[in-house]
Design a protein around this ligand. Structure first.
Ligand code: ADP
Ligand code: F6P
Length: 343
């Protein structure tokens, strides 16, 4: 569509909710209204698009939401969107409602839906919204910063009780198939072991050996951050306890990681990316994914963006290992010279 032909923009949130999605919705609505473009909010992601569940958005509708977690538009996993019939129905709803451009806030699954809509002639722009940080073409996704801070605080609390009881703790964090939340929290929480789906060798004996070694060196507790992509934390904890004789507890942090008021960073980038998505549509662009690279807002062709691969940083993982008591070559002070600060 050529520049300035856009009269109405649609916006939806899809997939898992993420703190900061509301800030992105607000930015889309207000950036568009400021340029006399009408905005329609599509409820419950692609479900709402297929079933015509659509509301007119005013500036007032996005007041007092920037600080709220979740998404005021609701979200959903919509299996029907994976079918050609679902995509056709969604595209038809856009046409019937005179939606000239659609902003999809979600993860790479949601972008696959947007890609199909774009192939049906619907102008679609993706804004990355997922706590998982697993979208290759961007350094940042809405919700990741809040989620890692929420998880970090929870892990600190578990460490208090784990240390008091001289236990081993297996703490499972979200991230679907990716280990970004695990790696960031592993480093930020000073974990003894970080298990990532990208590079875990499933050699549990090595893990058990490190726990026993740590205990023999006088370390009284052991924190393992286990990524959801590896999972099975409860059975892992049972095996560790049986093999080491050390009381071991598993905690799955779960959906609390997706909730809560977004951090400043999540509100900031969500606002900028939402506004940028509107600007792209008004400039006649379509089939783009918005992202953040080196602190700048950028955009990629949706096909190219989805084809990119994201690797976990081996360098960061290696550093995490050298900072861990389990891997480092730490020497205890000579007997009789015990540092009272030692834990
Ligand atoms: P996320 O967007 O966070 O990755 P999902 O993978 O659950 O979350 O995708 C969200 C929704 O996007 C799905 O429920 C579905 O409606 C749609 N979607 C996912 N993958 C595809 C696909 N390959 N084709 C069309 N739609 C898809
Ligand atoms: O994509 C976000 C996420 O929270 C993942 O980390 C997790 O695997 C998944 O969604 C959980 O989805 P649901 O809310 O459907 O259980």
């Amino acid at each position: 569509m050529a520049e300035n032909q856009i009269k109405t923009i649609g916006v939806l949130t899809s997939g898992g909710d993420a703190p900061g999605m509301n800030a992105a919705i607000r930015a889309v609505v207000r950036r568009a209204l400021a340029q006399n473009i009408a905005v329609k909010g599509i409820l419950k992601g692609y479900d709402g698009l297929i079933n015509d569940d659509i509301v007119e958005m005013t500036s007032r509708d996005v007041s007092n939401i920037i600080q709220r977690g979740g998404t005021i538009l609701y979200t959903a996993r919509c299996p029907e969107m994976r079918t050609p019939e679902g995509v056709a129905a969604a595209a038809e709803t856009c046409r019937r409602n005179h939606i000239d451009g659609l902003v999809v806030i979600g993860g790479d699954g949601s972008f696959a839906g947007a890609q199909k809509l774009a192939n049906e002639g619907i102008n679609a722009i993706g804004v990355p919204g997922t706590i998982d940080l697993d979208i290759a073409c961007t350094d940042y996704t809405i919700g990741f910063d809040t989620a890692i801070n929420t998880a970090m605080e929870a892990i600190d609390k578990i460490r208090d009780t784990s240390a008091s009881h001289e236990r081993c703790s297996v703490i499972e964090v979200m991230g679907r198939h990716g280990g970004y939340i695990a790696l960031w929290c592993g480093i930020a929480n000073g974990a003894d072991d970080i298990l990532l789906p990208e590079n875990y060798d499933y050699d549990e004996q090595k893990l058990i050996d490190r726990i026993i070694l740590n205990r023999s060196r006088g370390k009284t507790h052991h924190i393992i951050i286990n990524a959801e992509g590896i999972g099975h934390s409860a059975s892992m904890a049972k095996r560790i306890e049986a093999a080491t004789g050390i009381e071991t507890r598993a905690t799955i942090l779960g959906h609390m990681q997706r909730g809560g008021s977004p951090t400043c960073k999540d509100r900031f980038y969500a606002s900028l990316m939402g506004a940028y998505a509107v600007d792209l549509l008004l400039a006649g662009q379509t089939k783009r994914i918005v992202g953040v690279k080196s602190d700048n807002i950028v955009d990629f062709d949706i096909n190219e963006g989805l084809a990119m691969q994201k690797e976990i940083s081996e360098e960061q993982y290696e550093i995490a290992k050298t900072l861990s008591y389990s891997y480092g070559n730490f020497h205890l002070g000579a007997a009789g010279n015990v540092n009272p600060l030692r834990q």
